[in-house]
Ligand binder design. Structure first.
Ligand code: ZN
Ligand code: ZN
Length: 443
């Protein structure tokens, strides 16, 4: 047996001896859990298995609410690990349970969907589906949550309560989290933790902050109607191209003139479609874009003003306009808000694993995450796990066709998930030993 295997077995044995299931662990015993879980996750048996799963998922990317094969793979692994689960939840979602089946409940979440993007990276496990790619690391997220499941199942004597494994569909714009909530996955759950791999931060570091970290977002599309005609005879037409151009300029005033400069907001027009000839003024123009804000109030205000500016500015130019937000296909995402107490818990556990000097404060981003839906209902904590290492390759931003994952990050994600959940239950249970709730009906 190689030395590292011996060492690992010794560590696992040590942990088993450390915390007998009947007694409450001491602070020293608790502080050792994260590093022992990390060593467990880095053991070739667990590491190679996670790498293999991630590569399988990478080769067969599936878009939101179509993650049937990914979901099947997850269920097969949960079956092998002897972990019970509910399926289907929100079409392709899977919800697993590890522990006593009784409260307290804590959830850890992974998203499963890929992007409509042609992979540009040439490697052995390149996407086999033309026009689809895991370019946001969700393949790694699934492998990490399965890694956490394996670690947790092997240490289930430590779980004082139940860990809920949330494998959700359609994070990329489809609002899978919203559908999971509607299916009741967080009923009776006290807290939820989620992570995202980060190409922008160095490998070995984790990044988060308390409070709002990612913006609320929405999409809109407007049709500006005029009267088409000969481009050389504008007096006989009502030009929607000029009207749309003025609308776009006016929309820029919402952020630059109406919003508090200290309250970050974005309005971007990303789509402009009108006309097809050099000498024809078209009947109508379609514009579309996204808007972002860091508070619910600012978001609602922005939405209202987008409608007013588009319709009224169109009228100034003798055009008419309709504005659609298409919420059924592209639901509004709420702000991702990190709970203060959960952040403290995350800092303690991640600090025990990596050292506090490897926890970075996050700069909030105008990007968005449907994890925000969970945080609206129960306390939530979202964090990033750095994977940038130039000796492994060139790390492009998410959603790039050249996006790569540093697979060395997989044990970190798995061990963080597992130790944050385990410690939450141990520390929660010791604090409120009298908590008596009701268990999941189906358990
Ligand atoms: Zn993404
Ligand atoms: Zn993502």
């Amino acid at each position: 047996m190689p030395l590292h295997s011996c060492l690992n077995l010794i560590l696992i044995f040590h942990l088993l001896m450390l915390i007998p299931s009947s007694s409450s662990p001491s602070p020293e015993e608790l502080s050792q859990i994260p590093s022992i879980f990390l060593q467990h996750a880095q053991h070739p048996e667990v590491f190679d298995w996670m790498v293999d799963l991630r590569r399988k998922i990478h080769e067969n990317p599936e878009l939101g609410f179509q993650e049937f094969e990914t979901s099947k793979l997850i269920r097969a692994e949960l079956d092998r690990l002897g972990i019970s689960y509910k399926y289907p939840v929100a079409i392709t979602g899977v919800v697993g349970f590890i522990g006593t089946g009784n409260p307290p409940f804590v959830a850890i979440r992974a998203d499963m969907d890929a992007l409509a993007l042609q992979e540009g990276v040439e490697w052995e496990h390149k996407s086999k589906v033309p026009g689809k790619m895991h370019a946001c690391g969700h393949d790694a997220h699934v492998a990490m949550l399965l890694g956490a499941a394996k670690i947790l199942q092997q240490h289930r004597h430590l779980i004082q309560g139940t860990v809920v494994l949330v494998f959700q569909p359609a994070e990329e714009g489809g609002g899978g989290a919203k559908k999971m909530l509607e299916a009741g996955v967080l009923d009776n759950v006290d807290a939820i933790f989620g992570l995202h791999v980060s190409s922008r931060h160095p490998f070995g570091m984790v990044i988060s902050k308390p409070g709002p970290i990612l913006a609320a977002s929405g999409f809109f599309e407007a049709v500006i109607g005029g009267k088409g005609g000969h481009a050389a005879l504008p007096q006989h037409t009502i030009d929607p191209i000029l009207a749309a151009s003025n609308i776009i300029v006016s929309l820029q005033h919402l952020v630059s003139r109406e919003a508090d400069p200290l309250d970050s907001q974005v309005v971007t027009i990303a789509k402009f479609q009108g006309g097809g000839a050099f000498n024809v003024i078209p009947d109508s123009v379609t514009i579309g874009g996204t808007f972002r804000a860091f508070s619910k109030e600012s978001f609602i205000q922005l939405k209202q003003r987008i409608i007013e500016v588009i319709t009224k500015q169109a009228n100034v130019q003798r055009c008419n306009a309709t504005v659609e937000f298409n919420e059924d296909q592209k639901p509004f995402f709420p702000v991702t808000l990190n709970d203060q107490n959960l952040y403290k818990h995350f800092r303690t556990v991640a600090g025990d694993m990596l050292g506090t000097n490897n926890i970075l404060d996050m700069q909030p981003l105008m990007g968005t995450e449907d994890f925000g839906f969970y945080g609206e209902v129960i306390p939530g904590l979202f964090y990033f796990v750095g994977m940038k290492n130039e000796s492994v390759g060139k790390f492009e931003q998410g959603h790039s066709p050249y996006y790569i994952v540093n697979e060395d990050v997989l044990p970190y994600g798995a061990a963080l998930h597992a130790s944050i959940a385990t410690r939450y239950l141990l520390e929660y249970s010791t604090k409120s030993a009298s908590t008596k709730g009701h268990s999941y009906d189906e358990l």
